[in-house]
Design a protein around this ligand. Structure first.
Ligand SMILES: [Zn+2]
Ligand SMILES: [Zn+2]
Ligand SMILES: [Zn+2]
Ligand SMILES: [Zn+2]
Length: 475
């Protein structure tokens, strides 16, 4: 599979990056690069018992194999799996008592399925990072909770332990989170051999959508030149460099050296910078070469650990959930850290979400709330434009919040005559511009997802904005 069926990308190999994808020709924003079904799918570690077909909470056992957990709505699961389990003579409670074996067990079933030999060979080419995992807690966890129970019931032999560890490593390193359509939100993951070839960069140039049928679709986020690598961001885009690198090291076993990670300003966004305690003007940033935090103005070095520990404990506290508490901490840490610091941005996002709920349930939201929502979006969107320059889910949602608030506030202001009709038309034209930009991104979302629903709402709002513009222009 060196060339992909639609000819848009191909596999390249280098010593530093291993196997990775590059553009086989010049690509336009929004081009569909690949679409694939998972070869293995299953719950994450610690998900708790769920139905093997739809991943809702389970409440019965498959009557055919007598071991597979199912829900009220499902009467069967995969045929091969059912027969395999039926022939394995497992104790009836085996999967209930050891549910964490299920995803690795599906890997074992793939290896035993004669019609899936090619698939199995393909996934065995994937990185498992066994060398880094051996001897760590993750290794013993899998030894105790996967290998031991499977050996006890003679599903595997003792000599298979290393192979099963490799399966577990491949799953942990390469799977994508998959959305389920259930309300219970049981986290599940899927192994997609082609999509797993996307290498990482903290500024990705792709957009990934997963739909209810669990297929993955990868689009180019912006224009990509022929031969350029195709990147996916494996970590949370809005967190700071230290957090992203730690997450990547723990889950993917590498130290990220992308342009964003190597730039102490994080491409000018200052998501990790901290206000200097020695001068009024400077920002303190991490100097990786010298391993110190240094002010970009007075050059004073500073130990930021105590401040960051305090900030994390105060900001990430679950009790911090009300508007006044968030507003107060935003003021405090905009001064101590900086208004763009990722912990402050995180609070701004939480606050926006609270205001969204208020606006959704109130017939006429207060102008004060709409105004605050607009200013929060104006602070968040420029950061997203830098770290997610192309098609982006976060940006699509933030732009949605922005234009809808702008639209609602304009209507209120025109009605109470605090702005003129001419000003109203101008503001609605601006809202229309952002609505179009938001829709451009949300339209890539599968219809069944929450963002897909948001796209529908955005279209209706855009229609009413246009109707109001026409109406006001006639007045
Ligand atoms: Zn089910
Ligand atoms: Zn069954
Ligand atoms: Zn990076
Ligand atoms: Zn300074």
């Amino acid at each position: 599979m060196n060339n992909f069926e639609n000819g848009k990308c191909k596999i390249a190999v280098s010593e530093a990056m291993g196997r990775y994808l590059v553009a086989a020709k010049s690509l336009k924003q929004g081009d569909l690069l690949l679409c694939e079904q998972p070869v293995i799918i299953g719950p994450y570690w610690g998900s708790g018992l769920c139905c093997l077909t739809c991943y809702k909470r389970s409440c019965k056992i498959c009557h055919k194999c007598d071991v597979a957990p199912l829900c009220l709505d499902c009467s069967a699961h995969d045929d091969f799996e059912c027969n395999f389990l039926a022939m394995s003579n497992l104790p009836k409670n085996f999967l209930i008592d050891n549910f964490d074996v299920i995803t690795p067990l599906r890997f074992i079933m793939l290896s035993k399925n004669p019609s899936k030999v090619d698939c199995y060979n393909q996934v065995m080419k994937m990185e498992s990072h066994c060398a880094e995992r051996r001897g760590k807690s993750i290794w013993s966890l899998h030894a105790d909770c996967v290998i031991k129970p499977l050996t006890d019931v003679k599903m595997i032999r003792e000599g298979d332990a290393d192979l099963i560890q490799r399966y577990c490593g491949i799953l942990d390193v390469n799977t994508f989170e998959v959305r389920t359509d259930s309300f219970e939100d049981i986290p599940i993951r899927g192994l997609y051999p082609k999509a797993a070839l996307l290498s990482h960069d903290c500024v990705s140039n792709t957009f990934i959508a997963l739909d209810a049928s669990r297929s993955i679709r990868v689009y180019s986020g912006g224009d990509i030149a022929e031969g350029d690598p195709i990147w996916n961001n494996y970590t949370h885009a809005l967190s700071g460099t230290e957090v992203r690198r730690q997450h990547l090291m723990e889950g993917k076993y590498f130290h990220c050296k992308c342009k964003r990670c190597l730039d102490p300003t994080e491409l000018g966004t200052h998501l990790s910078s901290i206000k200097c305690n020695g001068c009024e003007r400077g920002l303190t940033m991490f100097d990786e070469m010298q391993n110190v935090w240094r002010c970009n103005f007075c050059e004073k070095t500073q130990d930021v650990d105590a401040l960051m520990t305090l900030a994390r404990s105060e900001i990430l506290d679950e009790e911090v959930s009300s508007v006044p508490m968030l507003e107060q901490l935003i003021v405090k840490y905009s001064k101590l850290l900086n208004p763009n610091h990722y912990l402050v941005v995180d609070m701004k996002q939480k606050l926006t979400a609270i205001f969204r709920n208020i606006c959704d349930y109130e017939v006429a939201p207060q102008p004060k709330i709409l105004q605050r929502k607009i200013s929060l979006c104006e602070e968040i969107i420029p950061i997203l434009r830098v770290i997610q320059p192309g098609i982006s889910r976060l940006k699509g949602i933030a732009l949605y919040e922005y234009f809808t608030s702008m639209y609602e506030l304009t209507i209120l202001n025109v009605n109470d005559k605090s702005i003129s009709i001419k000003e109203g038309v101008e503001q609605l034209l601006t809202a229309e511009k952002y609505a179009k930009e938001s829709l451009k991104m949300l339209l890539y979302e599968p219809q069944s997802t929450p963002e897909g629903h948001l796209a529908k709402k955005a279209m209706l709002k855009l229609k009413s904005i246009r109707e109001n513009i026409t109406l006001f222009q006639k007045l």
